[in-house]
Design a protein around this ligand. Sequence first.
Ligand SMILES: [Zn+2]
Length: 359
Amino acid sequence: MPSDTGERMTYEEAVDRLPGRGVPSFWVGSREALDERLDAVVRGRVETIAQSPGDRPIRLVAYGARDEPERRANFNSAVAARDPTNYADRDERENPVVCFVGPVHGHEVEGLTGLCNLLSILETGSDLRGESRPVVRQLADQCRLLVVPCGNPDGLARFEPDSLHGLTLSDLEFWGQGTWADDRLIGWPDAKQQHPMTGENVGFLGCYFDDDGVNPMHDEFFDPMGPEAPAILDVVRREAPDVTLSLHSHGYAPTLHRTKYVPPAEQADVRAIHREYNSLLGARDIPTLPLVDVAAESGTPPPHFNLLSAAYHVSGTTGVLHECPHGLDDLCPASHEDILETQLALYESVLRYAVERDG
Ligand SMILES: [Zn+2]
């Protein structure tokens, strides 16, 4: 995708482009809507795991009993001892552990909506449209399920449209990656050229970033710049999930990305999840993209390390990186309903994989 097209957009122009329409009642595209959903949690246990630079809480919702594994070593030392059970004996656990990490990019509210609908299913058996979801509920009930609905509340607070559905790539670039001081859209992947995204050359700070300009997907994991990524990695480290899902969105059809810098066997597991996921989407007439590759790390420039790579290296978790369509008019139109179905099909695939691998 071309990033710097030289296109400019001011904040006033971006707001003027927002259509005068609401979002469906099952949609969760703002901090207020998220808080309302978290207030409705009774069965799950809600915990604040960090405070953002903008002083907003990052919350974890947990379902299912925790098996406290005997832990003699951290993951990489356990592996070096040739026995990962020194870190966590996953076979000894009663139930698989699954971690769903909501958007660390504030405008990618498709995952936030999906997870809040999942919370509703876990609380009431029905999604926020009132539709009963017995398959997802029954799979989830066989797991310890950890849900971080929003991994970047500062970015979410900066997101005014509530949904990019029906808008265009330019709107995505404005709200997502932001602008330089001369109002040029930064776009992707140029938004990673400068990190943290601070300084006089920055115009509108995109929802990719927290209030300190940090993109949690590309924090400095050995010397953290922000609180979001370390809080997520702490949950992963202490819970040793079998699978960790990181939710993102883009302009195209739903897909998984290869998790880099993890063993090929882990990548093959993600490919198997992708196959099941694509077949569920096909049954719902939702477009799909080709299955994610299994590959060695090579090339110039080399593949990049990110939050999900780090999640593997602190816990051995199988990391699944999902991209959901925003429903942009000029790239991949999708209704709000299709976006919700996409999310729920993904959760079903991941939960089934965890339950079947455990069984
Ligand atoms: Zn993202």
